[in-house]
Design a protein around this ligand. Structure first.
Ligand SMILES: [Zn+2]
Length: 613
């Protein structure tokens, strides 16, 4: 016997077997009982919600040898014939493939004949919105003066595409998406009758993936049965077949975003994409997950999902504020819109994830990261008081997919221009002292880069340093030292995706895509790595400033208009720049190190108390 797909085998044959749509069933049954059957029904609603199934049951109920009755017997020849599609009085037309005026005229010619075996001629026109305008006109003629023995049931997923003249002649029913609970009930029955073992978690995943469509749910279940080699179907089987990401993976990903661990976030994302998941699907799944997270936090969900009882999910919901969820949703929606016409979908998703790692608001969580960094630095200072750029190194051999500067500029649809900045030579600073960055000050979130900071670099320009930096930027992809840094720190790649627009002997200005990236590269943890890298590259760079393009252009215009030979160091107009300043390393005397260390330890101890509250 040939294999019958589950959704066919388990297609409801009676009104009582239909899942959901109870108000529609009730109305149809009342009409039959009261002998008030309409001549035209319009069944609207999402796919797989039972429109054609109910249309066929209605056809049986009207034509059953024991009817018309509110429930077909499903035993008589007519009921059986209709189920098999062998009764000429019940005509099923797929408007998607028969959408011409001739098709409708042919149909109209048969309308006038009386039914041959049943009591009604029932015309079920599926996807009726696909009919051509001429075909609609032809149909309209029939709907205007239908013979008493004719019932039209039009089904569509897109009722707004129907002419008003048609809509006004139909009794309209809007089918609702089938609830997850209803889909689950049905799936459990099917599993039991087919003697298929499946975990509860897997069933929930099927029901969720089906998005309210019973046919999709059963088709997916069918595919899982064929796919799974295990004695029991698991959630992994379902995820592999459906292409969805598991919420466990999403939780891991978002957890990394909260901890500002972008390397791990990108690594998890890479793992997901390696499994063959498509980028738009991944974004969509994360967006749906965040929606569920919001509903859960607001206690506003209608249906309890299995993940709402998951410990990792509950713990994540406690760690992330609604503000951040909204911000993440914005970032993902933007990425979704921007990637639509791009071939670089993956790069957009990665950038979105990086932006999600930039949560200034999430101070509570940041604090634990800061403490960890401080702890490490204090231990470093105890060993070597002169060490100033040692930070916790991320031990990983993972190499993320890094968008090249070209990919980035393609994505943004504009090519960043390297500005030609006038250069003024100034004498270098005469003395260098060991410096120790005092990271406690980083907690001060209110300090932003000022125009004065930019001015200082512009007014002390060094052609030599800028030429060296430009060369490093141009050859960055071949440089082994740089590669060693970028392979473990995605932020440094962001730096190289920007453009160096000005430099003094010891500092430079780099223009990046947006403020979020600037803040990321300016973070103290990244600063230390970047300075260390330049030192390895043989450059005495002590500082840098990241600016978004517009800000830079505004400052440059001002500088250009004021700069002349008489005044080579103009004073620029102040305005607020939305990029945070990383902490300025304090220059301290070597013999003061112990004292400074004590101070740090003191503050450090206080910080620990704060977190325990
Ligand atoms: Zn019957």
């Amino acid at each position: 016997m040939a294999y019958v797909a589950l959704y066919r085998a388990y297609r409801p044959q009676k009104f009582s077997e239909v899942v959901g749509q109870q108000h529609i069933i009730k109305t149809l049954q009342n009409a039959i009982q009261l002998n008030k059957v309409a001549h035209a029904y319009l069944f609207c609603g999402p796919r797989g919600t039972g429109k054609t199934t109910l249309a066929k049951i209605m056809a049986k109920a009207l034509n059953c040898e024991h009817g018309p009755s509110i429930e077909p017997c499903c035993e008589c020849d007519i009921c059986k014939g209709i189920a098999k599609g062998m009764i000429s009085d019940v005509v099923e037309i797929d408007a998607a493939s028969n959408n011409g005026v001739d098709d409708v005229r042919a149909l109209r010619d048969t309308v006038k004949f009386l039914p041959s075996s049943g009591k009604y001629k029932v015309y079920i026109i599926d996807e009726v919105h696909m009919l051509s305008p001429a075909a609609f006109n032809a149909l309209l003629k029939t709907l205007e003066e239908p013979p008493a023995h004719v019932v039209f049931i039009l089904a569509t997923t897109e009722p707004y595409r129907l002419p008003n003249t048609i809509l006004s002649r139909c009794q309209r029913f809007d089918f609702q998406s089938i609830s997850i609970d209803d889909i689950l009930k049905r799936l459990r029955i099917v599993a039991e009758e087919e003697n298929i073992k499946v975990t509860e978690e897997a069933l929930h995943q099927i029901a969720n993936s089906a998005e309210g469509g019973m046919r999709d749910a059963l088709s997916l279940f069918d595919q899982c049965i064929s796919y799974s080699v295990n004695p029991e179907i698991t959630i992994d089987d379902v995820l592999a077949v459906s292409g969805n990401i598991s919420y466990q993976k999403i939780i891991e990903l978002l957890d990394s975003c909260i901890s500002l661990d972008e390397t791990n976030a990108i690594k998890i994302l890479d793992g997901i994409l390696r499994e063959g998941k498509e980028v738009p699907r991944v974004i969509n799944d994360i967006i749906l997950f965040l929606r569920d997270l919001l509903l859960f936090k607001n206690n506003a969900y209608l249906e309890k999902k299995i993940m709402f009882e998951n410990e990792a999910f509950i713990s994540l919901s406690k760690k992330v504020s609604k503000d951040i969820i909204y911000k993440w949703l914005d970032i993902l929606n933007d990425a979704n819109n921007q990637m639509r016409f791009s071939t670089q979908k993956r790069a957009f998703l990665e950038l979105a994830i990086l932006k999600m790692n930039d949560n200034e608001q999430n101070n509570f969580i940041n604090l634990s990261n800061r403490l960890e960094a401080l702890e490490y630095q204090v231990s470093q200072m105890n060993q070597n008081p002169n060490a100033y750029h040692e930070v916790k190194k991320q031990e990983t051999s993972y190499v993320p997919h890094i968008p090249t500067a070209e990919e980035l500029s393609n994505m943004m649809n504009n090519n960043p221009v390297v500005e030609d900045t006038p250069i003024v030579e100034t004498p270098a600073l005469t003395e260098t002292k060991p410096i120790i960055p005092v990271t406690i000050e980083e907690v001060n979130d209110d300090s932003y880069i000022t125009v004065k900071d930019v001015e200082a670099i512009l007014n002390h320009g060094s052609r030599e340093t800028r030429a060296k930096l430009n060369e490093i930027w141009q050859t960055s992809s071949y440089n082994q030292i740089i590669e060693r840094y970028t392979s473990t720190n995605f932020t440094i790649q962001m730096l190289f995706n920007g453009n160096v627009v000005a430099a003094s002997k010891e500092a430079f200005i780099v223009v990046l895509q947006d403020t979020g990236f600037c803040n990321k590269v300016m973070l103290y943890q990244n600063y230390a790595r970047i300075i260390e890298m330049f030192s390895e590259l043989g450059l005495n760079i002590k500082d840098y400033i990241c600016l978004p393009k517009q800000t830079w252009q505004k400052i440059l215009a001002d500088w250009k208009s004021k700069y002349n030979e008489a005044n080579p160091q103009p004073q620029l107009e102040e305005f607020s720049i939305n990029v945070k300043k990383r902490v300025i390393p304090q220059i301290i005397e070597e013999n003061n190190v112990d004292e400074e260390l004590e101070k740090i330890n003191e503050l450090f101890g206080d910080d620990i108390k704060i977190t325990e509250d």
